[in-house]
Design a protein around this ligand. Structure first.
Ligand code: MSP
Length: 472
């Protein structure tokens, strides 16, 4: 049996989950469900990134202890995924005791293998990114992502010998042993690596909220080192037992473009530092950013769409559909309440909902609920294998449009009266199409697909209204 291990980034708990986070998680869920439907053994990992200065500051601002704050926020993320019907196999938290123990063991191992050494770091640090910045990263002296001037920091620190792995990483990425998609992201990463990787500072003396270094308790572990290894600890890795990890290597790691560089450098660098024979993840898929009315979604701009608002308005299934169908996966996409509502009404209310209710209605009224469906299939395998969720949905929508058009063109509601035999043939095709649509939609809209398939395959087909009521 083939296995399929898919991950999302683990999200920082300083922010509440919004639909940008939901985008990645829903996409991962769709892919996990698809692979399961293909008979593969799937492991889907997601979770929360809870250590570091940014989270500690957010906790202080909220007047909570870091631990309580993280517990609450981790729960918020789990609640959000429940709302969207995202079914992960494991939710990892970097404050889990098993994760912390594994990180310590891993650091000790890399230290003993001479990939960690002591030094002093001086540089500009952006807490928003939890990363040191170089002049080239800044625009007008500010971090373009967070619009703040990074702080000058000088401190004793431990370093990770990332520079040692530059050539090896460039080789393995350029020959697609670690496949980075879309292609533009691969080129971006390769240029970055080939321009020379520096060793990175991986400990903090002034940040208390973190995992202490096992060989120097005055330091805590840099949050990215702690976080990236979640993709192993989430599988039960204890810092040492990689031979027993059934699901390793990862088959698909999803992320947005903001974090592809760290994922392509520090992450595989750590794996090689732990064990030169460690397999690297097989594939990264890097998607774009959602913007709202052309602006980055952010709490301070007040333009965030929250999961609970979206699901309350459209339902879980329709929200999943809208997230996947609004932008080709891999590109940036602009959304707004208006655009989402328009798409909902066009594709789901007038498209799918209308199709099902018209066809079932005619079958119930004129054929006593009995029509034998003609076999049909929408082949979306190639699209799904290649993360082309949007294109897979386009194929499904094309089938819905085809079917609705067929009803109109054949004037089916008249045809059943003038030529029942011909109408029966057309209905057999339409019912077959509806079943094919239900099957193809299953990973995207599991509840709706289940309802459609159960109703379409019932002994007696019954009228079905209100699958997707029109929304203003
Ligand atoms: N904690 C790190 C990741 C560590 S992984 C070892 C982090 N967290 S984050 O909360 O900032 O989440 C970033 C990820 O959330 C993005 O890579 C993307 O998957 C998702 N998104 C957050 N906002 C988004 C949009 N506005 N649009 C699309 N995806 C977004 O980085």
């Amino acid at each position: 049996m083939n296995k399929f291990y898919i991950t999302t980034p683990i999200y920082y708990v300083n922010d509440k989950p919004h639909i940008g986070h939901a985008y990645t998680s829903v996409a991962a869920d769709i892919l996990a469900r698809w692979h399961k439907s293909q008979g593969e053994e799937v492991f889907f990992l997601t979770g929360t990134d809870e250590h570091g200065a940014k989270v500690a500051q957010a906790a202080e601002k909220a007047g909570q202890s870091p631990k309580d704050f993280c517990d609450n926020r981790a729960q918020d993320f789990q609640d959000a995924w429940k709302l969207f019907n995202v079914k992960y196999d494991k939710f990892i938290r970097t404050t889990d005791a098993a994760h912390e123990a594994a990180i310590k063991r891993a650091l000790q191992r890399m230290y003993e293998r001479d990939f960690i050494y002591q030094g002093t770091y001086e540089g500009l640090y952006c807490t928003g990114c939890e990363q040191y910045k170089i002049a080239d990263d800044l625009i007008d002296g500010k971090c373009p992502e967070h619009q703040v001037e990074p702080q000058l920091m000088k401190e004793e620190s431990y370093f990770f010998k990332l520079s040692f792995f530059g050539r090896e990483l460039a080789k393995r990425i350029s020959n697609d042993e670690l496949l980075i998609e879309p292609k533009e992201r691969k080129s971006e990463v390769l240029n970055f690596i080939r321009s020379g990787l520096n060793d990175i500072s991986i400990s903090r003396k002034n940040v208390k909220w973190g995992i202490p270094l096992p060989f120097d308790k005055e330091h805590t572990t840099y949050v990215w080192v702690d976080a990236l290894l979640n993709y192993l600890t989430g599988l039960g890795w204890d810092g040492d037992n990689e031979k027993e990890l059934k699901f390793w290597p990862a088959d698909a790691q999803l992320m947005a473009k903001d974090i592809v560089r760290v994922h392509s450098t520090i992450w595989p660098g750590l794996l090689l530092a732990l064990n030169q024979g460690f397999k690297l993840p097989k594939r990264f898929f890097v998607h774009g950013f959602f913007t709202i009315n052309g602006q980055k979604m952010s709490k301070s701009l007040g333009n965030v769409i929250w999961p609970e608002e979206m699901v309350a308005k459209f339902s879980a299934d329709a929200s999943r559909y809208l997230l996947a169908a609004s932008t080709p996966f891999g590109h940036d996409g602009d959304i707004s309440w208006e655009k989402l509502t328009e798409k909902y009404n066009a594709d789901l209310a007038n498209g799918l909902g209308n199709l099902v209710s018209r066809v079932f209605n005619i079958i119930e009224k004129n054929f006593d609920g009995k029509i034998k469906a003609k076999k049909d299939k929408i082949d979306i395998a190639a699209e799904m294998e290649n993360f082309k969720l949007y294109q897979a949905l386009e194929k499904i929508i094309a089938k819905i449009d085809w079917a609705n058009k067929k009803i109109d063109e054949t004037k089916l509601w008249e045809l059943v009266k003038t030529n029942k035999g011909e109408a029966q043939k057309t209905l057999a095709e339409l019912l077959g199409a509806i079943i094919a649509i239900g099957e193809a939609l299953a990973p995207f809209m599991p509840e709706t697909a289940g309802k459609i398939l159960a109703a379409a395959k019932a002994e007696k087909i019954q009228k079905r209204e209100g699958l997707f009521p029109r929304i203003k």
